[in-house]
Write a protein that binds this ligand. Structure first.
Ligand code: TIU
Length: 234
């Protein structure tokens, strides 16, 4: 067992391969102009700030061959998995399924629905497509995590109070030990991000932990470097 310096207290991490990095919805639809995020009236440029921290975490997980899971929010081209309530909400001009500058808005397989190039999944990394905000709703994420015996999730991505918080709550209810990386998650609304972090931590970590990317990276590097060195000496 090792520890990551975290809030509301240090996060215990088993070293036997039970931790995964969950990267939520780092898609062009949310981070680039012309996608779903902008169609909802948001300034999408704010979200760019976390790309380097998410990338650093991704590289560390790849280096130590720890599991990485990416999620994508998107719908089937025939919209059969998109409730009208979701499509019509907000009365925006460009709705889910309409043609925008990066292809059809929030539709799987369209250019705008892809994960941003900086964080493009490698072959072998799991990509979960999800029709909802939570990554457990109408997906096989839970069975996949159980199959791989993953018990600990390091959570990153966008947006903090929508898909990230929903997913973290869903994971917490299923018994996963969740840590949200403060500087690897972002919202279109700075106050909502701050409130979400506070909500997660309150009441002794009612939903889980938060920590800075550098604390997570420090612990992983120290622990796995030591473990790898020990293995190579055997
Ligand atoms: N609108 C908003 O803040 N977020 C979403 O619609 N999806 C995700 O958070 N991924």
């Amino acid at each position: 067992m090792v520890f990551i310096t975290a809030q509301p207290y240090d996060y215990e991490l088993p070293l036997d391969g039970n931790v995964a990095l969950l990267i939520i919805d780092m898609q062009r639809d949310f981070l680039e102009p012309g996608g779903f995020g902008e169609a909802l009236g948001n300034d999408v440029s704010r979200l760019q700030a976390i790309v380097p921290a998410v990338k650093q975490l991704l590289e560390v997980f790849r280096t130590y061959k720890l599991p990485v899971l990416h999620t994508i929010e998107g719908h089937q081209p025939d919209l059969s998995d998109c409730p009208p309530a979701k499509r019509l909400r907000g009365k925006s001009q460009l709705k889910i399924g309409d043609v925008g500058p990066m292809g059809r808005i929030l539709i799987l397989g369209e250019a705008g629905n892809a994960i941003i190039p900086e964080l493009e999944p490698l072959a072998g990394e799991i990509v979960i497509s999800k029709p909802g905000k939570g990554a457990f709703y109408h997906t096989h994420l839970e069975s996949l995590l159980r199959e791989k015996k993953i018990t600990h999730l390091i959570i990153t991505g966008v947006t903090t109070e929508v898909c990230v918080q929903t997913t973290m709550r869903e994971a917490n209810d299923r018994g996963f030990e969740c840590l949200l990386v403060e500087d690897a998650t972002e919202s279109y609304f700075p106050d909502f991000k701050q409130s979400t972090l506070e909500m997660i931590l309150a009441q002794g970590g009612i939903v889980g932990w938060t920590a800075k990317a550098k604390s997570v990276i420090h612990t992983l590097e120290k622990s796995y470097k030591a473990a790898n060195t020990a293995n190579s000496l055997i």
